[in-house]
Design a protein around this ligand. Structure first.
Ligand SMILES: [Zn+2]
Length: 57
């Protein structure tokens, strides 16, 4: 997998939680550093498009 496609997902405290490419859906990760739970949304959710729209055209 191309490293450049990977985004870094960090907690508000700055700790790197995971690297990946999140297309759709939601991921919740509990930070082992500050024990906060961080939520990350897929690119489609973030841009306000319905996930289904990607398959419509
Ligand atoms: Zn944290």
């Amino acid at each position: 997998m191309d490293e450049k496609l990977l985004r870094e997902y960090r907690c508000a405290c700055g700790k790197l939680l995971f690297k990946g490419s999140l297309f759709t859906g939601t991921v919740e990760v509990k930070c082992r550093h500050c024990r906060d739970i961080a939520s990350f949304f897929g690119e489609l959710e973030r841009s306000g498009r319905s996930p289904l729209a990607a398959f419509a055209d």
